[in-house]
Design a protein around this ligand. Structure first.
Ligand code: FES
Length: 100
């Protein structure tokens, strides 16, 4: 199966090779996509993003995400990029969508 991770930052979009065990934010930083972030611990929510495709290839939300995001946000597909780990290969599309 062909696998790809499409990252949409503030102004830069890139399709990169997904790496198992790495977070969305780690991919964005490595590939120089302008993905907002600050704490990398799941508290600031700057890295918030919406998963448009391939949620099944991502690990379940962490405790930090459950503390920081509302249940409705999970329903809409929001995650924290610094907490969201790629668990299987496939097509994944995510857009950095912070609150402000
Ligand atoms: S970088 Fe702060 S919550 Fe992800």
């Amino acid at each position: 199966m062909e696998s790809s991770l499409h990252l949409m930052g503030r102004t830069i979009e890139k399709t990169v090779e997904p790496e198992l065990g790495q977070t969305i934010l780690q991919h964005a930083v490595k590939h120089q996509v302008d993905w907002q972030h600050l704490c990398t611990r799941g508290t600031c929510a700057r890295c918030r993003c919406i998963v448009l495709e391939g949620a099944e290839h991502l690990e379940e939300p962490t405790k930090a995400e459950h503390r920081r995001l509302d249940p409705e946000e999970f329903d809409e597909g929001f995650r924290l990029g610094c907490q969201t780990v790629v668990k299987s290969l496939g097509k994944i599309v995510v857009r950095n969508k912070t609150y402000f």
